[in-house]
Each structure stands twice: as C-alpha cells, then as structure tokens.
Design a protein around this ligand. Structure first.
Ligand code: CP3
Length: 340
C-alpha cells in the first residue's frame, strides 16, 4: 500500500496532512460511472466483481483520495438472507414483501458471506491487489436496514418501523438480532478479504430520539462493533441528523465517528472528548457552489479540528450533480492544509 495516512489518522495518530475521502465518491457524479450504468443495473454492478472493482477504482484514479470505498449497496446482503428486492431508479431499495410480524422476521435466513455474497468478497480481494490506498468495507446498520425491510421502500418518517419497535418488542429484537448477526458476519468477511477499515452506515438513525435509540438500537450496534474489535481495523460509525445521538452512537464502541454537516466539529469534539476520531463534515450541497466558496468552507471545517484526529469527508454522500473537478480540487485543498 502506497499510503496509510488514512489508517494512521483513524487510529488517532497526529499526521502532517489530513486524509480525505468522500461517501458516494463512486457514483453518479462521475461520467465514467454513468457510462458503466448505461449497460448495467446497480445490482448487476454490485454482483459482478470486475464491474464493482472498476467503479470503486474510478474516483481513486480521478480524485486522489486517501481511501477507496467498496462499491456495493447496504441491501445486497439482505438478498442473500432471502429478501426479494430491487433498487428502483430514482426511488431506491424496494422490498417485495415487507417485514411486519414475527413470522415475517423468521423468513430472514442467517448470512454465510462466502456462500451468500461471494461476489462482494471477490471484489474486495481484487481491489486490494490493485489499490494503493486502503479499502473501506461497509454495511448498513440494523436500524437503517430494518427501516427498508419494514417500510418496504424509502420513507421520510419511518413511522411503521418505529411503530413495530414500540408495539412489538419481541419481533423488533428478533429483527435486530438477525440483522446484527448478518452484518457482523459480512463485515468480518470483508476484513478477512482485505478491507482495511469498515464503516457502519446508520443513515436513518437520526429519525429516533435518544431514549428509543438507546433502548432499541444501540445494543445491536454495540454487538456489531465489539464483535469486530479483535480484527484490529478502524471502525467508523455514521448517521445523518444524529446531532442529539452523538454520545450514544460513539458509546457503541466506534473508533471514528462520522458527523453530518449540522454539527460543527468543534462541538462534536467537545461532546465526545479526545478518544474518538471525527470524520466529516462539509455539506455536500456546498460542492455545487463556486469553488472559492467550497475552498473557504472546507478550510472552515479543517479549522474546527485543527486537522487533529480528523478524517475529512462530506457530511453525507456526494450529490449526483457535483462536478468531479470540484471534488478533485477539494482534495488538493485538504492536502495542502497544514495540521496545527
Ligand atoms: O451515485 C450513487 O449513489 C451510486 C449508485 C447507487 C447505490 N445505491 C450504490 C451505493 C444508488 C442510486 C443506490 C440506490 C440507493 N440505495 C439509494 C439512492 C436512491 C437514489 O436514487 O438516490 C439509497 C438511499 C439506498 C440505500 C443506501 N445505500 C443507503 C442508505 C446507504 C448508506 C449510505 C448513505 O447514502 O446514507 C447505501 C450505501 C451505498 N449505496 C453505497 C453505494 C456505492 C456505499 C456508500 C458510499 O459509497 O459511500
């Protein structure tokens, strides 16, 4: 590996430069990705190691980022657990038969990654041969996956999911147990195949209040993150709109806490203390502004941490409308900035 700046920063070392990568750096903002997608669906790309590896590499070549993120989707392991689903263009994941009862939850089969998602592991192995930066493996967290399984499609309020959580705790806990076991197996298999770090995406956990998160979600996340501890890779935990949950989310045993753009990193640092590394948090929408604005705002984000115990990223994924040249220039801005 050419450069382990990203891994050193994730482990809390003080580095002279701040590492940078972007959630959704492989995706619709890149013309070379759109060219692949003209011929293949997202799920085809995810299930074909040559294609998944190619689109994972595209942003690494073009942008000069310090880490690659595996191209896949959080719903891919669910298919291997027996869930019939599709990713509908412009909509997102759609589940054929949503899970709303104990009997529905019983349909979820245990995940044996080598049998259920061999193509993911082949993609990881192929990538580590070719990459000169670390590869981040990932999975969706139990609440975010449950929200798709229960609602059946993307949802704004996650109302049915919360109703199930509060009205039928045994079914909810069965769902959390099965999902956390599968996610842990999937992440461990990615690390065995060569992923150098893992990120757990609890993208929609921010729809919960702290009491509900602590009682009904945090235990499952803790099982996953503590179950990875012996593997020695940095564990990154991320959610959107999670300002009020940060202490609880960091308390599940994460090494790096992903922060969205709503919480200044200085405030996240004051709340979480010095033991956790912070990842974030430029508002992805700002990348559509003139570059001088992007540069000033990125420098503001860097000044929030002084570049210490900080992995630069956006506060959520790259928007499809983003000009890739903006991202490449943003990488340069971060790399030129000197840690204080
Ligand atoms: O440009 C792109 O967004 C890439 C292509 C794509 C992926 N999944 C790959 C992916 C698309 C269009 C999807 C469908 C999908 N799946 C959506 C978007 C719907 C739309 O049209 O905008 C959503 C929200 C999902 C579910 C999902 N997948 C979530 C909640 C997450 C966690 C990250 C997040 O955005 O909050 C994913 C992970 C995911 N899907 C990744 C990729 C390449 C990995 C994460 C990353 O690259 O940072």
């Amino acid at each position: 590996m050419r450069d382990d700046l990203f891994l050193r920063a994730c482990k809390g070392a003080v580095t002279d430069r701040v590492p940078v990568w972007f959630m959704r750096q492989a995706g619709r903002s890149l013309p070379e990705y759109r060219a692949v997608r003209e011929r293949h669906t997202i799920l085809q790309v995810c299930r074909t190691p040559e294609l998944a590896a190619e689109v994972t590499l595209q942003p690494v070549r073009r942008l000069g980022v310090d880490a690659a993120i595996l191209f896949s989707d959080i719903v891919v392991p669910l298919q291997a657990m027996g869930v019939e689903l599709d990713i509908a263009p412009g909509v997102g994941p759609v589940i054929a038969s949503p899970i709303r009862s104990a009997r529905d939850a019983d349909r979820l089969r245990p995940l044996v990654p080598e049998e259920g998602v061999p193509f993911v592991l082949e993609t990881v192995s192929a990538l580590v041969e070719q990459l000169d930066v670390p590869l981040v493996g990932f999975a969706g967290a139990p609440f975010t996956l449950a929200s798709y399984l229960v609602e059946g499609r993307p949802s704004r309020d996650h109302a049915r999911t919360k109703a199930l959580m509060l009205s039928d705790p045994p079914t909810w806990h069965k769902l959390m147990d099965r999902l956390s076991e599968a996610i842990l197996a999937c992440l461990r298999a990615q690390v065995r195949a060569g992923a150098a770090a893992v990120q757990l995406f609890d993208s929609w956990a921010g729809s919960l209040g702290p009491r509900e998160y602590a009682a009904h979600v945090a235990p499952a996340v803790t099982r996953i993150l503590s179950g990875l501890e012996d593997m020695g890779v940095p564990r990154i935990h991320f959610g959107v709109g999670t300002g009020e949950l940060l202490e609880l989310m960091a308390g599940t045993g994460t090494d790096v806490m992903g922060i969205d753009w709503r919480v200044p990193l200085s405030r996240a640092r004051a709340r979480l203390g010095d033991d956790v590394v912070l990842q974030g948090n430029l508002d992805p929408a700002l990348c559509l502004a003139p570059f001088e604005v992007v540069r000033d705002k990125a420098q503001e984000v860097l000044a929030e941490t002084g570049g210490r115990r900080h992995v630069f990223n956006l506060g959520h994924g790259v928007l499809p409308e983003t000009d890739p040249d903006t991202l490449a220039r943003l990488v340069d801005v971060v790399h030129e900035w000197r840690v204080r």
